[in-house]
Each structure stands twice: as C-alpha cells, then as structure tokens.
Design a protein around this ligand. Structure first.
Ligand SMILES: NC(=O)c1ccc[n+]([C@@H]2O[C@H](COP(=O)([O-])OP(=O)(O)OC[C@H]3O[C@@H](n4cnc5c(N)ncnc54)[C@H](O)[C@@H]3O)[C@@H](O)[C@H]2O)c1
Length: 337
C-alpha cells in the first residue's frame, strides 16, 4: 500500500513528539514536511528527523500537491483556520484536541469536512492507551456489571507557560476534555449535566486569562450514572492520570503513578520513579492513534474518534466553563450534527 505523505504543523511540546513518531514509528506514513513559525525550529527538526521539507508557513503544506495529510498540533486558537484550509485543499486531517475553541467554529468545521469529503481524527489518545482499551474490553464483557460512577484525576506536573494558557480555552476545555471523552467512552453513556468549580491555587498569572489551575466537574449521565472529574496543574510530583469506574458488580482502577515497576529500598525508606509527563504516560497511545489515522486514510474509512465526538466533548467542556463562571448546574444539550 502507498505510504501516506504527511506534514506536521506545530513543533512544540506535543508536535515534536508526533513528528518523531511519524518519522520513526508509523509504518504507513512518510513524514515529508514540518512547519513552525518560530525561526529555525522547523529546519532544526527537519534536519534531526531527516525530513525533506520545512517551512515557517503552514500554507506550504496546504498548497503542496505531494502532501496527502496534515497533523495539526498548533495552538488551539488556530485549529479552526488550519482545519478549514486543510479541507479546502483536500488534505486528510489529524488535529489535536480540542477541535476548536467555539461551537460555531466546530459547526463550520464539521460542514466543511463533509463538503470536501475528507477524514478528520481528533487527538483523544486515551482511547488508544492499552490500559484504557483493556478497561473498555472488560466493561463491554460485563465484568463490572453496569457502570454507575466515574472518577477521573488528571494532574499535570505544573502549569504550561502563560502563552499556552492564553490560547488554550481554559482548564475545562484544555484538560478535563480528556476525561469527558473517556468517561463517555467507558461509561457507554452521554453526559447530561455539569456542575463545575475551580480556583487558582498556585499560579496567579492565570487570573489575566480568566483561567484556574484546579478544576472539578460533577457530571451526570443519561444512564443514571454520575461522576467527578478533577483537573489540576499543581502536581509537582509528576503526571498523575488515574480513573476509577464503579460498577454494580465490580470496579476498575486504571493508571498508576509508577513509571517503572521497580522500587528502591534503602535506609531512607522505599522510593519509585513517578511518571514525569504526558509524553511518557501516553507514549504508546500517541503512536497507536497515528497508526490508526494512517490506516483510516489508506482504507478510506472513518476514524474511531472524529470531529463529531470532538464537538460533543467541546459542548460538555464549554458548559462546564459556563457552569464554573456562573456558579450554576447546567444541562448539556444533545449535540446536533
Ligand atoms: N492530546 C494531548 O495529550 C495533548 C497534550 C498537549 C497538547 N495538546 C494539544 O496540542 C496543541 C499544541 O499544544 P502544545 O502543548 O504542543 O503547544 P506548544 O505551545 O508547546 O506548541 C505549539 C507550537 O505551534 C507553533 N505554532 C504557532 N502557530 C502556528 C501556526 N500558525 N502554524 C504552525 N505552527 C504554529 C508554535 O511556534 C509552537 O512551536 C494544543 O491544541 C493542545 O491542546 C494535546
């Protein structure tokens, strides 16, 4: 089968990681171009990964007839414009979460994707993580009975820089959205209401962006289940992602703080290495989601997580933001697509 010729747009914290995976781990893909407006960045990454073309201008990728697909890892505030241009040039799209920043943008994007007949996969990589995939298999096999409670913990090892926070859409859209997605997926149910709370505990600079570094969303599902989702930028000890699903017949605990299954015992006590960052925790998932995307492009089939799922996740996240700002519990409308 022909290799899918790809460009990676945005070579920051995650884009560099995706570019490296594309160049070295994804069999069906050929990374032919890397783009970043920061002077020297694209050339540096291209030379390191042996990529043929680099540029500071994303239009070079959109207008290049030799590129089949673009991997969009630019700041969230740019996603809508990037996807629209990619679709107009009939490039297949993999875009990082969240899809866009507003529902109006998401609706426009969904329309333009449909009109141009392209595939769009959105970066909800937890669905591809081996531990979450196993949990899904167990739930579907009936091992815990009916899922009745979801508990999500997502703690970052410190805040991203102010420039990232400014373009991120806030903690519920940027961070909790991973839990809203995996909750819907694992619980097999839709979220119908949110009550969100938040506070700045360690990062006063966030006030300027109307954001917080600690958030909590209480959610209810159309199945009658409920849940709570914590998001934090304050876990200086590491990247802490844990999920619990309580079922009528059993429970599932997903995730661990341990980076390796080794404990050091000494006169100081016992210690083990903690997962340091998202790139380490989701190392396999970031490869598997790109492999899936390339297979979908090659076989002309819809990916497991599309722009439609991404819009539902956005609706929940934006209602959570509204709930936090207004202090009210809010219903989540059934998303029209
Ligand atoms: N799935 C996940 O686990 C996960 C984790 C981190 C970030 N993300 C998402 O990935 C996206 C990028 O996040 P990040 O942490 O890598 O950000 P970042 O700020 O580290 O990097 C963004 C990069 O994009 C470049 N850029 C800015 N405008 C551009 C443009 N018009 N064209 C091309 N490049 C441009 C910047 O120069 C920078 O190098 C965000 O949407 C974020 O929500 C997802």
């Amino acid at each position: 089968m022909n290799k899918i010729r790809c460009a990676v747009l945005g070579l920051g914290r995650l884009g560099y990681h995706h570019a490296k995976n594309m160049a070295t781990q994804v069999q069906g893909a050929q990374l032919v171009s890397v783009i970043d407006p920061m002077p020297g960045r694209a050339e540096q990454v291209a030379r390191e990964l042996g990529v043929e073309k680099w540029s500071t201008d994303p239009n070079h990728a959109f207008e290049d007839p030799n590129i089949d697909a673009v991997i969009i890892v630019t700041p969230t505030s740019t996603h809508a414009e990037m996807i629209a241009k990619a679709a107009e040039h009939k490039k297949q799209v993999f875009v990082e979460k969240p899809l866009t920043q507003t529902l109006e943008e998401a609706e426009y994007i969904i329309k333009i994707i449909k009109e141009n007949g392209i595939i769009c996969q959105v970066g909800f990589m937890r669905r591809f993580d081996p531990a979450y995939a196993e949990a899904k298999r167990r739930i579907d096999a009936g091992d815990i009975g009916k899922p009745i409670y979801f508990k999500g913990i997502t703690r970052d090892a410190g805040s991203p820089p102010a420039e990232f926070i400014k373009h991120s859409g806030g903690i519920f859209l940027d961070c909790s959205i991973h839990d809203y997605d995996i909750a819907r997926y694992l619980m097999g149910a839709e979220i119908t209401s949110v009550s969100a709370h938040g506070r700045i505990l360690k990062n006063p600079f966030m006030e300027e962006f109307n954001d917080v570094d600690q958030g909590l969303t209480y959610v209810q599902f159309d199945s009658g289940a409920a849940g709570d989702i914590e998001a934090s930028r304050n876990a200086l000890y590491g990247h802490d992602i844990r999920t619990e699903i309580i079922g009528t017949e059993g429970s599932l605990f997903i995730g661990t703080l341990r980076n390796q299954n080794v404990t050091l015992l000494s006169t100081q006590g016992s210690t083990y290495e903690i997962v340091p960052d998202f790139q380490t925790r989701f190392k396999d998932a970031y490869v598997l989601e790109l492999v899936h995307f390339i297979e979908c492009v090659q076989n002309k089939v819809q990916p497991a997580v599309t722009e439609v799922d991404a819009k539902i996740n956005m609706e929940i996240a934006l209602r959570a933001t509204e709930s936090f700002l207004s202090g009210k519990t809010l219903n989540v409308e059934k998303v029209q697509v």
